[in-house]
Ligand binder design. Structure first.
Ligand SMILES: CC(C)(COP(=O)(O)OP(=O)(O)OC[C@H]1O[C@@H](n2cnc3c(N)ncnc32)[C@H](O)[C@@H]1OP(=O)(O)O)[C@@H](O)C(=O)NCCC(=O)NCCS
Length: 183
């Protein structure tokens, strides 16, 4: 297993998630406006130990093996996790997910955060094609996919935490599309 690299972007630091990040993860993630956009498999109401048990049981045993999870931190507040970008491999294709604390939306942070992670996925991990999805109503998530060169493959029924969201857009991002992206 190779340790995850740390990335520094204009405003952010991205580094491997560790157990002590559970406190700030819990604070920022336990927000219906964030979680409503995610798959129905994410529990809502979010359990009090949700972040800690997810980090301990689902992330750390697999980190750098078939799962790569970076916490997002502001450079001027490097101990408070404000979001996450993750990659996982379950055969082919590979996958990416992300979330950001609501108070930090709309400042270009997730666009900034995915850039080194995509470079790492395609250049270092040997990813070939990422497949990811978003609720059709999730304009911010869609826009990041468009900007990073992803192609819309299909729209299909899906279940999200918010029961009003009933369909998802499924996208593919090929290594060649990433190289020729407009970002
Ligand atoms: C989706 C999410 C990660 C976007 O993060 P962000 O840092 O606000 O995104 P950015 O600021 O980098 O914006 C990316 C683009 O989306 C647009 N955008 C972001 N939120 C938007 C919104 N609510 N409505 C319309 N456009 C939006 C931005 O204007 C930008 O487009 P532009 O460069 O053409 O101006 C964040 O809203 C979030 O965490 N949401 C909840 C969890 C979630 O949805 N995760 C993804 C599940 S698929």
């Amino acid at each position: 297993m190779k340790p995850l690299p740390t990335f520094t972007t204009k405003n952010l630091i991205l580094r491997a998630v560790v157990e002590k990040d559970a406190v700030s993860w819990q604070n920022h993630f336990n927000d219906y406006e964030v979680i409503r956009n995610l798959s129905v498999y994410v529990p809502w109401p979010y359990p009090q130990d949700g972040a800690l048990s997810f980090i301990k049981n689902s992330i750390l045993p697999n980190l750098g093996i078939d799962r790569w999870v970076w916490g997002i931190f502001l450079q001027n507040n490097p101990d408070e996790l404000i979001g996450v970008v993750d990659l996982w491999r379950d055969g082919k294709p590979e996958h990416r997910g992300f979330w950001l604390s609501r108070k930090h939306w709309g400042q270009g942070f997730m666009t900034e955060a995915v850039t080194p992670v995509m470079d790492y996925a395609f250049n270092e991990l040997g990813f070939e094609t990422l497949v990811f999805a978003n609720a059709s109503e999730n304009i911010g998530s869609r826009r990041i996919k468009e900007k990073t060169g992803a192609r819309l493959i299909r729209i299909e029924p899906a279940n999200f935490v918010d029961p009003k969201f009933t369909e998802q857009e499924v996208w593919e991002l090929h290594k060649s599309d990433w190289k020729s992206r407009n970002l």
